[in-house]
Each structure stands twice: as C-alpha cells, then as structure tokens.
Unconditional design. Structure first.
Length: 232
C-alpha cells in the first residue's frame, strides 16, 4: 500500500483535501500528492482531516501531472464518463488489483469542477469509473477517493501477496526519456515536417507506447534501436 500514491489535480476546496487524507488513512494509504491546487492546505483542510494530519504534513505538491507521476509505473485516471481517449477501462475492483500488481502506481482524481481533462487522461494507462445512478453519476471528490481506497484495502486484505512481474514496466520518467530520444531521432531524419504534424505524431506515438506498454527490458531494446538509428 505504501507504493500507491493518491493524486488530486487542481482541487478547489481545501476541505476535500483534508477529507481525502482522512479516507486514505482509514484504509492504510499515506502518499498524497497535489497538482496545482487552487488553494493550499489551511485550517479547513486540517479540520476535515481529523486524525490524518500526518498525511497532510507529508503532502507533495507539483506544478504538473507529468511531474507528479514521473516515478510511477502505472497511472490510473478516474472519470465519471467514458472519454474519447483510447484508454483501457477498469471498474474500481479491477483498478485496485491493477494498482497493487503494477506498483509503484498512482490513482489520479480531477478537480471538483470539471474532473480530469483529456490531456490528463492521455497520461494515464487506465481509466476507472465508479458506477452510480445514471441520472446523477457525480460523486464528491472525497467520496470517490474513499471508494477507491476501500477497494485497495480490500484487495490487499484478500490477496496480500501480489505477484510482481519478473520484467516490470518502466517508470513514467524512463518512458519520457525514450520519447524525447525517439522524437529527436525522427526530427533529425526530417520525418516530422511542419508544427501541426509534428505535434500530432508525437501524441500518437506516445499513445501507442502507453497503450502497448513495453516492459523495462523491451524499452532497453527500443533505446538500443534509437541509438543505432542516431549513429547512422
């Protein structure tokens, strides 16, 4: 459970940060990260945290989601609806099992007003939606955190010894190094011409590798291919 980070993106209400921290501590999670919060941790956040002040004291704050997930192997974004992004869909129980099997992982929650953007979800390996009343499927942020944390706790209690892969997936920051090298190699060959096509191609390549999920060993092989092309 110590390998799971709960990430809140662009939160508006400090009270929800405190309530999320309380939900996490109830279920044995401790790693809380904030991305560009509109308001920081104040008296309201501390009041709503109740006995989880220690989690607030260890909160990490980042300017971007990309920075917040850099040291994660698997990233799961929450959304109340299915988006146009080609991201595999999970239910809460599946999300908990996936996070524990593929840790270090992060479960990402959007702000109270608009949730995660398509750009945020494009950085995720999976998307999880919590089933509810189809006429009103919107949960309070802290409630959504509580449900996912409960599923994590329950999965850990049911199957405490998760089998980790012999060849794990690379961290997000390791993939970013590969993306930068690949894009640089393609630019040197003039394969990408024109700003618009350049950006579209970068996005599609990143989506492809995020979806296909090369392991760390396979990524090393791909890095060698880029090195050979660059030398040529």
């Amino acid at each position: 459970m110590q390998d799971i980070a709960i990430i809140l993106v662009r939160t508006w209400h400090p009270g929800n940060i405190g309530s999320a921290a309380r939900a996490m501590k109830n279920m044995g999670l401790t790693k809380l990260r904030l991305v560009a919060p509109h308001f920081g941790i104040d008296d309201q956040a501390q009041s709503m945290a109740a006995g989880a002040i220690d989690i607030l004291e260890q909160v990490e704050v980042f300017d971007t989601l990309q920075e917040a997930i850099a040291d994660r192997q698997t990233v799961i974004g929450t959304s109340a609806r299915i988006r146009g992004q080609r991201v595999p869909q999970l239910n809460p129980k599946q999300a908990a099992n996936t996070a524990l099997e593929q840790a270090p992982a992060a479960i990402v929650f959007g702000g109270e007003r608009s949730g995660l953007t398509n750009e945020d979800l494009a950085l995720c390996h999976f998307q999880v939606a919590i089933d509810g009343n189809p006429d009103y499927p919107v949960l309070n942020l802290a409630q959504a955190v509580q449900i996912l944390c409960y599923e994590l706790f329950n999965a850990q209690q049911t199957s405490p010894d998760f089998d980790r892969q012999e060849d794990p997936y690379p961290l997000v920051k390791e993939l970013e190094v590969f993306y930068q090298r690949l894009e640089g190699a393609l630019a040197e060959t003039d394969y990408m011409k024109g700003h618009e096509r350049d950006e579209i191609l970068k996005q599609r390549l990143r989506q492809y590798f995020r979806r296909s999920r090369p392991t760390r060993r396979e990524l090393s092989l791909l890095q060698g291919v880029v090195s050979a092309l660059t030398e040529k």
